[in-house]
Ligand binder design. Structure first.
Ligand code: UDP
Length: 455
């Protein structure tokens, strides 16, 4: 078959240095490697991927000067500041490294560079060096459409509404799926966000194409709209992690001991709780969450990242006697093998921050969600989950023990939860069909491979 032929071309990939961006880029690199491409991963020194997990790739670290600022942040970071910084500090090292790679004598020609869409500076450098650049957008298409529509700059005040404002619960006219109470969570810095998004979208439009970690059946109408808006080829070949279920690109060590604990639990009985790699919560939110979990009569697995609770190292702020109360019914870990936890038959629901990777992983395993979005794309993903696909329920009004108990019961025990499980089970089947020969993601991958070979 044409697309499976061994090709003597190299692709250079450059991920943003955050867990939710590194994982899909490395998964994509693995997918392209199986299609015969040689792979070079250019990466920042900050959050370097573990080279030993990928003996089949070549790695090129570049200096970014980022550790100094990233390590000083306590609490949930401001992504606009981080992105602005990286889009400046990486320009020269990226250009120098890319130019060197292009000049290297080697058997295979460099076909293109694939960078995270958030590295918008890379388009100009790629143009200077006359190398096609493809952008990998690690978020959903729906989220990118919302970003494009929201009036970040022109109506800055609406990002500052509070519960007391009459519009707080109303729909946003520019993107009626969202309410004002959702968009206030997206950013505390609307001007900075507008600058970043304008740059990102303009450079996506200037790129040779966009790869999305999503699948057509999930976002069909959004895909049509974005293709008309951006006017460059779009490739929806996700969910990437389903191509290599066993491989992990985790930056943190995963606690695998909990898999044997899960083996002892009843099917669909466990509430899995994790808020990803960057979200932070306050001590009082943490305590309400703990009370909520202690008060339900269900087993739970809770990921508490060290540093996740503002001002605490790890579990110091747990309510008194929490551990005695829950005993073997609950497990707390620092980091889990999440895709495997979600695929485990015991996992009954996923209480998530709705990062896009977590959302997709839940869809892939047919696990309904409880949504507690924190910032950037998460409130948008959460609306799609609860109001469009109807495969999860938003925990409205923050972390309060009574609300937590109620929503867990709704998703785990009530009829509406059962209906969500049916709907997400149907999507799981669609995912499985999309990545096999003839499926939409597989076809899109074939198209991408042919497209890259045409450069
Ligand atoms: N993850 C994990 N173990 C955990 C929590 C999260 O391996 O205990 C992984 C998860 O599978 C996902 C990624 O970390 O692939 C988080 O990405 P996401 O986009 O959901 O959120 P972010 O961390 O970017 O906020």
């Amino acid at each position: 078959m044409e697309n499976h032929r061994s090709v003597s071309r190299r692709i250079i990939l450059f991920p943003l240095p955050f867990q939710g961006h590194i994982s899909p880029m490395l998964q994509l690199a693995n997918i392209l490697h199986t299609r015969g491409f040689k792979i070079t991963i250019m990466h920042t020194e900050y959050n370097s991927p573990n080279h030993t997990n990928y003996p089949h790739f070549t790695f090129k670290p570049i200096k970014d000067g980022f550790s100094e600022i990233a390590d000083k942040v306590h609490g949930t970071p401001d992504p606009t500041y981080f992105l602005k910084y990286l889009n400046k500090s990486c320009v020269d090292p990226f250009r120098e490294c890319l130019a060197k790679l292009l000049a290297e004598p080697g058997e295979e020609r460099v076909a293109c560079v694939i960078t995270d869409a958030g590295f918008y500076f890379a388009q100009t450098v790629a143009d200077e060096l006359k190398l096609p650049r493809i952008a990998l957008r690690t978020g959903s298409i729906g989220c990118t459409l919302a970003y494009d529509a929201l009036p970040f700059y022109s109506k800055e005040a609406c990002f500052k509404l509070t519960k007391q404002d009459s519009d707080y619960e109303a729909s946003v006219p520019e993107y009626p799926l969202l309410k004002f109470k959702d968009i206030v969570k997206i950013t505390t810095n609307p001007q900075g966000m507008e600058t970043i998004l304008t740059n990102m979208l303009n450079q996506m439009k200037a790129s040779s194409g966009i790869i999305w970690n999503t699948f057509k059946e999930l976002e069909e109408s959004a895909l049509e709209t974005i293709s008309q808006d951006l006017r460059v080829p779009s490739f929806t070949l996700g969910p990437f992690h389903k191509y290599f279920p066993a491989s992990s690109s985790s930056l943190i060590e995963q606690d695998r001991t909990i898999l044997s604990w899960l083996d002892k639990q009843l099917p669909n009985s466990v509430v899995y709780v994790s808020f990803g790699s960057a979200t932070c919560i306050t001590k009082s939110e943490f305590q309400e969450l703990a009370h909520g979990l202690a008060n339900i009569s269900l087993p739970f697995l809770w990921v508490v990242r060290p540093g996740m609770v503002v001002g605490a190292e790890w579990l110091e702020s747990l309510p008194e006697e929490f551990l005695e109360r829950v005993a073997d019914r609950g497990r707390i870990v620092k980091w889990s093998p999440q895709p495997e936890v979600l695929a485990h038959p015991a996992t009954g629901c996923f209480w998530t921050h709705n990062g896009w990777n977590s959302t997709l992983e839940s869809i892939c395993e047919g696990v309904p969600m409880i949504c507690s979005p924190c910032f950037v794309d998460q409130p948008i993903n959460a609306r799609y989950v609860s109001d469009v696909w109807k495969i999860g329920m938003l925990l409205e009004d923050g972390f309060k023990r009574l609300g937590i108990e109620k929503v867990i019961k709704q998703v785990m025990k009530d009829k509406e939860g059962e209906e969500m499980r049916d709907r997400i089970g149907y999507l799981k089947e669609k995912v499985n069909l999309s990545i096999v020969e003839g499926g939409s993601s597989c076809r899109s991958l074939n198209n991408l491979v042919s497209y890259i070979l045409s450069f």
